[in-house]
Design a protein around this ligand. Structure first.
Ligand code: SAM
Length: 287
């Protein structure tokens, strides 16, 4: 369909017209496949009532797909050189608003209040891979009024996010993401749907934000997780033995016994509930 933005011929044409050069350091790999665009929008369950926040619209191929399905799309683009292009490619869509800025610096609460109907909103993006983790961390930690996040990311990162305990890919990012969200890989995506093609494989993942989080002191919890996975080859007893709580090995042993965690266990075999049990036992210990 030549009328849609994603046709490779049109993409090349518009980029040439504006003398646009891809920036590797901004993670610019644009989608040029209508099928994938449709599947991303469908996977995010975008319907006519939805307010959508997009991160990094590029030349607007995904933005267009979202605009056709949602009530309104607000898209944050960091690269100034893309602004005149987006103005042209999306001029027919009155329900799209482009904002020049860095998603890591944007006041998301204000954005949701002022431009996205107050929420709950859906976030959809083909993320710049160099900042995947900081962007996801910001969006899920801050308690914004977000319902779900559906994003294209590096396949390997997606696999780490959904990994099960006992798996080599299971790590602190798994625990972090599962603490705040219910993650699900929707599909793997071949390199050929991008221009230019990235070096790594990609996948689309949907993170459903949990409405109720475990009742645990989050600082302590994530300290425990970090210490445990920093030394993932050691037993949990040894991994936690140098710690910020002033506990010696005997102290940690007492904590683990009270939490009913085997001293010989390794971080990669511990479930979220196990890390919660350890965290809850820590401050209640009378040392
Ligand atoms: N959505 C487009 C598509 O699918 O064709 C472009 C995706 S491309 C992988 C990532 C986009 O994010 C680029 O347009 C890049 O300029 C933009 N970007 C990079 N860092 C950003 C940041 N910190 N905030 C907002 N946008 C950013």
């Amino acid at each position: 369909n030549d009328k849609r933005l994603y046709s490779p011929k049109y993409v090349r044409q518009i980029l040439d017209k504006h003398g646009f050069k891809f920036s590797k350091s901004l993670g610019q790999n644009f989608l040029i496949d209508g099928n994938i665009l449709r599947k991303i929008s469908q996977g995010a369950n975008i319907i006519k009532d939805d307010y959508v926040l997009e991160i990094g619209p590029g030349i607007g191929t995904l933005t267009e797909e979202l605009a056709l399905n949602a009530k309104k799309v607000v898209a944050i683009e960091l690269d100034q050189n893309l602004l005149p292009i987006l103005e042209e490619t999306l001029e027919d869509y009155s329900n799209v608003e482009i904002i020049h800025g860095d998603i890591l610096k944007v006041d998301v609460n204000k954005l949701i209040e002022e431009k996205l109907g107050g929420g709950p909103i859906k976030v959809v993006a083909n993320l710049p891979y160099y900042v995947t983790t900081p962007i996801l961390a910001k969006l899920i930690e801050e308690d914004y009024n977000i319902e779900s996040i559906t994003v294209m990311i590096q396949k390997e990162v997606a696999q780490r996010i959904v990994a099960s305990p006992g798996n080599k890919q299971y790590g602190s990012i798994t625990v972090f993401m599962n603490f705040y969200t219910e993650p699900e890989i929707l599909m793997n995506v071949p390199k050929t749907v991008f221009m230019p093609q990235p070096k790594v494989d990609s996948a689309v993942i949907r993170l459903k934000i949990r409405k109720e989080l475990p009742q645990v002191d989050r600082n302590t919890f994530f300290q425990v997780v970090k210490l445990a996975f920093n030394k993932r080859r050691k037993t949990i007893l040894n991994a936690l033995s140098s710690n910020p709580w002033g506990l010696d090995k005997e102290g940690i042993k007492a904590v683990l016994e009270k939490a009913q965690i085997s001293l010989e266990e390794r971080a990669e075999n511990l479930k979220i509930e196990d890390f919660i049990k350890i965290s809850e036992t820590l401050p209640s210990l009378d040392i």
